[in-house]
Design a protein around this ligand. Sequence first.
Ligand SMILES: *Cc1c(COP(=O)(O)O)cnc(C)c1O
Length: 354
Amino acid sequence: MIAAADFNITRVEISKLNDLNLQNIPFGKYFTDHMLEADYEDGEWKNIEIKPYQPLLLSPSVAAIHYGQAIFEGIKAYKNQLGEAYIFRPFDNFKRFNISAERMAMPQISEEIFMEGMRQLIELDKNWIPHQEDHSLYIRPFMFSSDEVIGVRPSDKYKFMVILSPTGPYYSAPMKIYVEENYVRAVPGGVGYAKAAGNYGAAMYATAEAKKKGYDQVLWTDAYEHKYVQECGTMNVFFIIGNTAITPDLEPGTILHGVTRDSTMTLLAELGFSVEERALSIDDIVDAYKAGVLYEVFGTGTAATISMIKELRYKDFTMHFDVDKWKTAPEVKSKLSAIKEGRIADKYDWMFKV
Ligand SMILES: *Cc1c(COP(=O)(O)O)cnc(C)c1O
């Protein structure tokens, strides 16, 4: 571990927190007093600093803006019943961050900088973690190329940063989803499994088109046949068919390996479902719906945890769901919240103490 002394810490003189009410605070709009910043140069990470949250001064030629070497993570910290700060499964995000970095030809980050840097930053700003049900501190680690050269090649310089944003309940109304058969999010051999900034930019047009038709999000399908489902917007997706919970498998590299996905699979198994990771075609989904055995469909992700799907439109056929009667998605969601907020035992060792 890098000792505290190895990080250069500069504290704010006056906290912005005094002017803010953390209750029901909107997602991603306010940032805490401090941020972490580190530079990759000459093959190593240096200048590891925790300092007041502030704008960056960048050259217009900075490589990330032109060629898109940029990756990120999304993690949450909570306060338990005693007011102690815990982070939900941060090691999984740390591992995934380096998988994304490798795919984007970016350098690996050490556990010391990612984990210990994040921990010290949160320790410093822990008064910003709201202590109320369904509230949390959203953690956004990210890395981007910072060479000041307009030449197409992996950058020699990178910046790693962590910023923190307190957030209230991310209310996600049950969604209307459009099964996308024209645009694609991910292809085998592509970057779908990486949390790369460009994946988001590339998805926005299709989502905007679906919104024009009156839908909240798209359900992505495979690039070759538009037959196998992948993800729902920027969330992993689950289908409860009979006593089986099915989520698309990671194999073709088109699915983001979600931490909420993994936690949901564990909790669904605990509830007695047989959990399957496999290819699932939209035809099988329609057949299950027509047979009356497609009970629940929902998305999973750190921001909203679980978002229920009330309408699923495929070509001219619309599947309607009575989400108010659902038991499984709400149960998984409330169990996850209870673990995160320390109201029930953390038997899978998911919580990491700050
Ligand atoms: C981040 C993300 C998810 C959800 O991952 P979690 O680890 O559960 O937050 C799912 N799909 C995509 C495309 C994502 O970027």
